[in-house]
Ligand binder design. Structure first.
Ligand code: FO1
Length: 318
């Protein structure tokens, strides 16, 4: 048995995570999830990206919405609204149970790693799912009108404010979770995969945890990222808007430059094959594959392509 580590954020990350979970044996996969989106809301500890991965791998996710649970009801939100409570962040009745149970366990002194492992086990998930850190890291989007915490930017303001820069509060003193650190040190590590999540909002918080960049630089296994850019646009979410605001061209070459030194190969969409030369010019090898994951078959196929690439990739050939 070898082992594959995948770094992921929200929806795009969870899609590939599902593919990888189907392509590998459970004990072969460790998913490291962004917690920069986490926040305390209505007295609850909410970890949206962890929950997206938990719900996606357990088959409970609402596929259309991309977050939260399928077959959801909203009685709690409706009742809360009637009392004049805050309803900008939608918590479904079933989803609420996850936040209540997580909050209770964290308040009792359990770590986010142990709570996440417990929830995964309860939901019947075999792969290891771990937060990037058990310490508090909070993504802050800086706008011309001042800083916004991630969920205020993303959900309440619908990503409308112009992003000037992004920072990760608490990252300086955060430590990698035990599962994260152990996985990156494993001798049988066969690949590190960076999912096609938003590099700036979902992957950078993971890379901001001290020691992560150095550990990735040391790893001998192939380090493969999947570009979230297809045809000059992001598949979903604010990646393209953010890149324009940060003054970065919306291309896979920009993604390669962003991950330079941390990855060996960037996988770009087949139909963008003409961009391969601009990627390799960044000092990153380029492979093409169908990266748009519409169906579960697409997710599995991309996962298999990445695992094949990891098996055959020779770093000195880059
Ligand atoms: N995203 C929204 O756009 N609106 C919401 O009301 C919302 C509620 C929500 C509740 C639980 C949860 O786990 C995720 C939720 N998300 C919501 C998604 C969340 O903002 C994620 O951070 C994004 O998917 C980015 O990864």
């Amino acid at each position: 048995v070898s082992c594959v580590a995948a770094l992921c954020g929200g929806v795009g990350g969870a899609k590939l995570a599902l593919g990888l979970s189907r392509a590998l044996q459970p004990e072969e996969l460790t998913l490291i999830v962004n917690t920069g989106d986490d926040f305390e809301h209505l007295g609850l500890s909410i970890s949206p990206d962890i929950d997206t991965v938990l719900y996606t791998l357990s088959g409970l996710a609402d596929r259309e919405r991309g977050w939260g649970r399928d077959d959801e009801t909203w009685n709690f939100m409706t009742a809360l609204g009637a009392l004049g409570g805050e309803t900008w962040f939608q918590l479904g009745d079933r989803d609420l149970a996850t936040h209540v149970e997580r909050s209770r366990r964290l308040a009792a002194g359990e770590t986010l790693s142990s709570v996440t492992a417990l929830l995964a086990a309860r939901l019947g998930i075999g792969a290891r799912i771990a937060p990037m850190s058990d310490d508090r890291v909070r993504t802050i989007v800086h706008t011309p009108d001042g800083p916004l915490s991630f969920q205020h930017y993303f959900v309440r303001e619908r990503c409308a404010p112009r992003a000037v820069s992004i920072s990760f509060d608490g990252a300086d003193t955060a430590r990698m979770s035990a599962a994260f650190a152990e996985t990156l040190e494993r001798r049988d590590l066969a690949a590190v995969i960076i999912c096609p999540s938003n590099p700036y909002l979902s992957i950078d918080p993971i890379l901001a945890v001290p020691g992560v960049r150095a550990a990735l630089a040391r790893i001998r296994a192939p380090r493969i990222a999947v570009s979230p850019i297809i045809g000059g646009e992001a598949v979903k979410g604010p990646t393209a808007k953010l890149m324009r605001e940060l003054g970065v061209a919306v291309t896979s070459a920009s993604i390669a430059a962003h991950y330079r030194g941390l990855i060996d190969v960037l996988v770009i969409e087949d139909t963008d094959a003409s961009d391969a030369a601009t990627v390799t010019r960044q000092g990153v090898a380029c492979a093409t594959a169908p990266t748009l994951m519409r169906t579960d078959e697409d997710k599995l196929a991309l996962a298999r392509t990445l695992l094949d690439l990891a098996r055959t990739f020779r770093r000195d050939a880059a």
